[in-house]
Design a protein. Structure first.
Length: 110
């Protein structure tokens, strides 16, 4: 179970799914145990069933961990939404995003 103070986000669900995948692999006491997870918000909760932790999900988590923990530096994807909370200035970080990207254009679609 993971309690959250903010709004519902898909990443909250994935975070608990990663815990559910990792615990049986890292703690022998849980090696043969399957369990459901729960993400709790102020006014609701989401249940994650054990069958949602599929082999494909495990494969994707493994690939992500190999990228994050590998010898090569992971692909950078800075954003204003993340950089605005970081205390490192643009003088020390060439990848820092200082302003939100605004998309402008014209279309006949709407």
């Amino acid at each position: 179970m993971d309690a959250k103070t903010g709004l519902l986000k898909a990443s909250d669900r994935v975070q608990v799914m990663i815990y559910m995948r990792a615990l049986p692999k890292t703690n022998p006491a849980f090696a043969r145990i399957t369990f459901d997870g729960k993400v709790v918000y102020k006014s609701r909760h989401n249940i994650i069933t054990a069958d949602e932790i599929t082999p494909e999900f495990g494969k994707r988590v493994g690939e992500l961990m190999k990228e994050v923990c590998g010898v090569e530096e992971p692909h950078k994807a800075p954003s204003f939404g993340e950089c605005k909370y970081c205390p490192v200035t643009s003088a020390d970080c060439v990848d820092r995003v200082e302003t939100a990207k605004v998309y402008e254009g014209e279309t006949d679609d709407f």
